[in-house]
Design a protein. Structure first.
Length: 223
């Protein structure tokens, strides 16, 4: 937890297991659906993310896991294999409601795309109080992300967005290449550097750099 607010972004998805690489990664956040898959079947549609063509195995696995966990809401979203923008908006609404149930003010919660969010702390906190608050909000965020299967829905949509063809490409390398191309990091920057910085909130993920609007927009545009 760094800076003046708690901020969470989904990390790259390991497609076969639907796990998150580094829960504090400030990734995702790109607006809009993924582009066409390139073989005549659209992975990203005008209204959402179609998992049926290239993510059928991941879709089947997610459905089974969610049913076992009793997450009927998320199972319903995945019933037709398409995650729509309206469904994603409902997921966000449920996250906000979950956080307000924990006592956070609704106007202190900012929801972005595919799991990106920030929670602003009450004003006037001491450093010690701010640290304690940060630990508490992090736990509550994790609880709310798993409620109703929200994290799984975000992960699946993020996977389609980043790799429509599900061709086994390392999404992290694609993002690093974009960072280099945009001048956000040095040419020598590697996937290992990315993993470290996204986990620790350093490098391109530091609050100091993200305070610059132009820098932050380029960062988020890369993935």
């Amino acid at each position: 937890m760094k800076g003046e607010r708690a901020e969470r972004r989904l990390a790259a998805v390991t497609l076969t297991t639907l796990c998150v690489v580094g829960m504090a990664c400030m990734l995702a956040g790109c607006a809009g659906p993924a582009t066409n898959a390139g073989d005549g079947s659209a992975a990203g549609t005008a209204d959402g993310y179609d998992l049926n063509a290239h993510y059928s195995a991941e879709l089947k696995q997610a459905r089974a896991q969610l049913k076992e966990q009793g997450d009927g809401f998320a199972v319903g979203i995945l019933e037709d294999g398409v995650i729509t923008q309206a469904e994603l908006a409902e997921v966000n609404d449920r996250i906000v409601q979950c956080l307000t149930d924990y006592g956070y003010a609704k106007d202190a919660i900012d929801m972005g795309e595919l799991g990106s969010m920030s929670v602003h702390p009450p004003s006037g906190m001491t450093q010690e109080e701010s640290s304690a608050w940060g630990g508490s909000v992090n736990q509550d965020l994790q609880t709310c992300e798993t409620r109703d299967g929200a994290r799984t829905i975000w992960q699946l949509a993020s996977a389609v967005q980043a790799n429509p063809n599900n061709d086994g490409a390392d999404i992290r390398q694609t993002i690093v290449d974009c960072y280099v191309r945009e001048g956000l990091v040095e040419q020598s920057y590697t996937v290992d550097d990315y993993d470290r910085d996204s986990r620790e909130g350093t490098g391109p993920f530091s609050e100091a750099r993200r305070a610059d609007t132009g820098y932050r927009q380029k960062l988020e545009a890369c993935g």
